[in-house]
Write a protein that binds this ligand. Structure first.
Ligand SMILES: Nc1ncnc2c1ncn2[C@@H]1O[C@H](COP(=O)(O)OP(=O)(O)OP(=O)(O)O)[C@@H](O)[C@H]1O
Length: 658
């Protein structure tokens, strides 16, 4: 096994952590959600007030409506959007009222005047800059001008203050003049800067993903000066249809949920979102969270989908406090949850009981102080449906958002009555036993949790919100832009990107980074997903992805290790690492991880699951001479555990019209 260069001790040794770029930006200010308009609305009693406020969503373009701007009642302004190059790599964009820009690429947005909404989140001029990520792997982001308070300023006063903002941001005079020609009352002006973060640099450094933010270069007369200005910042205009498309049922579900979350006497709604694969659950959740963050300082998010996790690498159940908007896909916002358990598989079909225990363990940390949004797996057929019923009983949500296309027959409507009566996989329905027609075959061997004090099966009745998505390809996983395994890989790269030092512009290959050294006897070890003979354990652990966990038992070892656990614990996971190499003589694991040292001190257990390091990490070991470590072309595939690396050349699964 290759030995890395210099080593540091772990967990006792310190590792110099460069100051992290602060993504946090404190409490929301302004925006229709928290500004005087929203306050006025909140103070007005009755549902009509809410309806009136909700209509502003429609006016602001949340609902697709006919007309070039798709802006509902708000007629498109006479003049279109204008974009001019400001300084190098930056452009200023003027959006007349209700106008939108849908784009691919990435940029940092500062609102200079008025207010814009991106993915449901409203950014006003009082707020700091926000990083926007619109890769080809997901539906494109849209920047839309929204209606805002003018505090009864005259048109002249508005022009003066817009001009002052442009000057304050060093927008050159010629650009200012050009922009101000397009100025109209209630327009919005934003500054777009080129964006290059250490995480995106690291991801883009892998040839497989180098094009995910690439903007299609247009040529000829279609390429306007506006396009040139936008291209200078790293974004390119897209058709509005490439952005989010919300059906009326989505909009009314969102209205209802925001109302429930913002009404103080309504307690803390627990919103469970479910539906088949690729139906838009994660996108709905992100959008809902962003809208809620216009009103509330934070919301909580419970991730129960092991395969497509929002804030963590795959294979985890986690609870996270979200106070910053999600303005990109999961690989752009990997964060440390409040509570996380590493389950170790992208699906739970092999051990549903441990999955239930894991969800239960993580959910116990939710204190009902802020609304909770729950994401569930897209496995909603057969056993998956039964398991979802168990999860609903366990979490007892106040609202269920059930997303499915109209002709989807595998998932019955999750009305309170249905959830009360139906059999789950580990739980009985209320009338089960009395009702002969209910299918409980094959349930005899399952442990019945009902009646156990810690398994909350009471269904107090929830509000069911049925959503029929209308975007092309909804619910058709085969038509997805990108295969789910590729999204998992890129999420892991997003996680590993946190290892990159913030201060350097170049990408440091993973094999050049200094790992921690961990004595065998300091941590217990467990392979979750398969039985491995103790004599072979080091072969399976080397060059593997591991959960860095904390078990409550003391890790005691008479010998110099390794310490092997005989059962998989349901325990806290503090992050992930790569076992970079194993020193059999000095009995040390060499682990690369972005987990901060103070948390590493708590780690006393390494869990190895069925989540593998993306192949591109092995094949992309730049600068190595001769055979690439861990990758060989001369291997005996008869040896148990040997496998062929699949070279995924294209992100697209099949030709997609968009
Ligand atoms: N409202 C929408 N408008 C346009 N595109 C959407 C919308 N919702 C989702 N999509 C796109 O559809 C694809 C699948 O969406 P998403 O990941 O949200 O589905 P999911 O149900 O969470 O999938 P999974 O079951 O795999 O977790 C993504 O490319 C996403 O950008």
């Amino acid at each position: 096994m290759p030995r890395p260069p210099a080593l540091r001790r772990f967990p006792a040794a310190r590792r110099a952590q460069p100051p992290r770029k602060r993504l946090g930006r404190g409490r929301r200010q302004g925006g229709p959600g928290s500004g005087p308009a929203a306050r006025k609305w909140r103070e007005r009693p009755g549902r009509d007030a809410w309806r009136e406020y909700a209509a502003s969503f429609v006016r602001a373009g949340l609902l697709q409506a006919p007309g070039p701007a798709g802006g509902g009642e708000a007629a498109p302004a006479a003049r279109g959007l204008a974009a001019v190059e400001a300084t190098e790599g930056a452009a200023v964009l003027l959006l007349p009222r209700a106008q939108k820009l849908t784009f691919t690429g990435k940029c940092r947005l500062t609102c200079l005047y008025g207010a814009v909404r991106v993915f449901g989140f409203t950014i006003t001029q009082e707020q700091p800059p926000y990083d926007l990520f619109s890769p080809q792997t997901h539906s494109a982001l849209t920047i839309e001008a929204v209606i805002y308070e003018t505090l009864e300023k005259s048109k002249k006063e508005m022009r003066i203050s817009a001009r002052a903002m442009l000057r304050a941001h060093h927008v050159p005079r010629a650009a200012r003049i050009k922009l101000m020609k397009n100025f109209a009352p209630l327009c919005s002006v934003v500054l777009l800067d080129g964006l290059d973060t250490s995480v995106t640099r690291f991801i883009l450094n892998h040839p497989e993903f180098s094009h995910i933010f690439r903007v299609k270069r247009q040529r000829g007369p279609c390429f306007t000066p506006e396009d040139a200005a936008l291209a200078s910042t790293g974004i390119g205009k897209r058709d509005p249809e490439s952005g989010l498309i919300f059906s009326e049922s989505s909009v009314s579900a969102i209205e209802e949920l925001i109302q429930a979350c913002c009404e103080e006497d309504d307690g803390c709604p627990v919103i469970l979102v479910c539906g088949p694969k690729s139906i838009g659950k994660s996108t709905f959740n992100r959008y809902l969270i962003n809208l809620l963050l216009n009103h509330l300082p934070c919301v909580e998010y419970l991730e129960c989908d092991l395969g497509q996790t929002e804030f963590t690498p795959p294979g985890c159940v986690s609870l996270i406090n979200v106070s910053e908007p999600c303005l990109g896909p999961p690989f752009t916002h990997q964060r440390m949850p409040r509570k996380m358990v590493y389950y170790g598989e992208a699906s739970c079909d092999q051990d549903t009981e441990r999955y239930i225990d894991t969800v239960k363990y993580v959910f116990n940390s939710y204190k009902k102080e802020v609304p909770l949004v729950i994401n569930t797996m897209g496995w909603v057929k057969g056993v998956g449906l039964l398991l979802l019923i168990d999860i609903i009983r366990l979490l007892s949500p106040s609202h269920i958002v059930q997303i499915s296309v109209e002709d989807f027959k595998d998932m019955p409507r999750f009305t309170p009555e249905y959830i009360n009566l139906a059999a789950g996989l580990h739980t009985k329905g209320k009338l089960q036993g009395k009702c002969k027609s209910m299918d409980v075959s094959g349930m005899e061997d399952w442990k019945q949790y009902e009646g156990e004090s810690d398994f909350q099966t009471s269904t107090t009745g929830h509000k069911l919100l049925c959503v029929q998505p209308k975007f092309p390809g909804a619910g058709n996983a085969g038509e997805a832009r990108v295969h789910s395994s590729i999204l998992r890989d890129v999420a892991m790269l997003g996680y590993l990107g946190q290892l990159q030092p913030l201060e350097t512009k170049s990408v440091l290959p993973l094999h050049s980074l200094v790992p921690y050294q961990v004595p065998f006897n300091a941590v217990a070890l467990r392979v979750i997903h398969t039985d491995v003979a103790p004599t072979h354990i080091m072969y399976s652990v080397n060059a593997s992805w591991v959960g860095l966990c904390r078990i409550l038992d003391e890790v005691r070892c008479q010998t110099d290790g390794p310490v092997l656990l005989t059962q998989t614990p349901v325990c806290d996971c503090l992050g992930f690492g790569i076992i970079r190499g194993i020193d059999m003589e000095r009995r040390l694991y060499h682990i690369l991880t972005p987990v901060p040292t103070e948390n590493l001190r708590l780690v006393n257990c390494l869990l190895l699951g069925n989540i593998t390091i993306p192949d591109c990490v092995f094949t992309n070991q730049q600068g190595t001479e001769g055979e690439i470590p861990y990758v060989t072309s001369e291997y005996n595939y008869d040896i148990s555990g040997a496998g062929k690396l699949k070279m995924k050349k294209h992100l697209k699964r099949r030709e997609h019209s968009r």
